[in-house]
Design a protein around this ligand. Structure first.
Ligand code: ACO
Length: 368
């Protein structure tokens, strides 16, 4: 059997309209614009409205990615959604997205590896395609971190923002696509960055609320030291495992956590900052959504073209870290244009009818 390759053929992003600037934050906590810019590079971030959530942002990004790839939601085999801010503990947010976009034949599940999650999902999807387990896979990173940020904690509230990004992965006999990946973890550092409340260790209670355990807790300096080390290491490892060198890489797309962490990684790699994608200034840290959002903007700016090699590299809570090397391809040429947006409308109706059917069945069985 000839080898199969997993190509990124569609991409999309969705961010809320509401912008929260550093000056807005000055009215909420004891901070200032200069401090935030010099220590983090962040100037503003997006905040989800009350009608938005991790699933709604994910569905919007997914529809855009499907349109670029020209893939009908009904042709998706799998949806992998990476998030640290799911709609619920269960059901999986991926299942809500499956219903919202009308992906009737797709299995769907969530994956939690914090800011590295999108790369874990990308590699998992790529392996499923390469082993003939799937043809079309939707990979989503989506976060509403504003819902777990303590807006009175100046150590964390300046860093994070909301948003979503999505890729469509498709099988092809053409060489290229996902070439190599390095994924790592070290649970001994789990306490450096966590949301400890609401799970089975500290179930939600008046006490967990009082203690603020439902908010992000972070040891900023500890995370910073870890991040600057692993970003360069993982990039080098994934480049070597594809038998390439940094000279073969046209663009580095790092997790957008902090401008200083990104610059430190580029220095360690002796790699020019002009070839590093940075948009942390406008979105802050959107965790697992940051790499697909940065990729979409790199494409819009013409910084990534078919045939280019790019390394996506991330670190996050867990601790987790990793890198994926991609030879960029773009959409597979198609003859007939599909319209995923029309499907979304039908999906809504179908979902309502399915709920109604279940209600009627419940009434009938209940009366037996
Ligand atoms: N405004 C003004 N002053 C502040 C602020 C603020 N928002 N926050 C802290 N300070 C003060 C501190 O109190 C401290 O004052 P002191 O010297 O009088 O004690 C001083 O500034 C320095 O504080 P540090 O914590 O040492 O500042 P640092 O340079 O380390 O920057 C930061 C802090 C930005 C959090 C940095 O450590 C960092 O980016 N760490 C990585 C965090 C990260 O990336 N987290 C996300 C990981 S990805 C994921 O899984 C979601």
């Amino acid at each position: 059997m000839s080898p199969r390759f997993a190509h990124i053929t569609g991409w999309g992003m969705a961010v809320p309209d509401k912008v929260l600037t550093n000056d807005d934050l000055v009215k909420m906590v004891d901070t200032n614009d200069d401090w935030i810019i010099s220590r983090t590079g962040v100037r503003e971030r997006r905040i989800a409205g009350s009608d938005q959530s991790t699933a709604s942002l994910a569905s919007d990004a997914a529809m855009r990615a499907l349109e670029v790839a020209n893939v009908h939601p009904g042709d998706l085999d799998m949806i992998i959604l990476s998030t640290s801010t799911p709609e619920y503990i269960f059901p999986a947010t991926a299942c809500l997205v499956q219903d919202q976009i009308g992906a009737g034949k797709a299995g769907a599940f969530d994956l939690l590896a914090a800011c590295t999650g999108f790369l874990y999902a990308l590699n998992l999807g790529s392996q499923a395609i390469k082993s003939n387990g799937a043809e079309n896979i939707l990979i989503i990173g989506s976060e509403t971190l504003s819902r777990v940020v303590n807006w009175k904690d100046r150590n964390t509230c300046i860093l994070f923002g909301d948003g979503a990004g999505a890729f469509v992965l498709q099988a092809s006999d053409e060489p290229g696509g996902i070439l190599s990946a390095v994924l790592r973890s070290d649970g001994s550092g789990g306490d450096l960055l966590s949301v400890p409340g609401g799970g089975s260790r500290h179930p939600a209670s008046m006490q967990t609320l009082y203690d603020g355990l439902h908010y992000i807790q972070m040891n900023g300096r500890g995370v910073f030291r870890f991040a600057t080390r692993v970003m360069a290491e993982a990039t080098q490892q994934t480049v070597e495992s594809a038998q390439l060198t940094m000279d073969d890489i046209q663009l580095l797309i790092p997790h957008q956590a902090n401008q200083r962490i990104i610059e430190a990684a580029a220095r360690r790699l002796d790699y020019p900052m002009e070839q590093v994608m940075v948009n942390v200034d406008r979105y802050g840290n959107t965790s697992t959504a940051s790499i697909p959002i940065a990729t979409v903007e790199a494409l819009e700016q013409g910084r990534l073209k078919p045939g280019d090699n790019t390394v996506m590299v991330a670190f996050g809570s867990g601790l987790t870290w990793g890198a994926v090397l991609v030879q960029w391809s773009g959409p597979i040429p198609f003859q007939r244009k599909v319209s995923p947006r029309k499907v979304r409308w039908f999906a809504r109706t179908r979902s309502l009818l399915a709920r109604l059917r279940r209600r009627i069945e419940g009434l009938l069985w209940g009366s037996e």
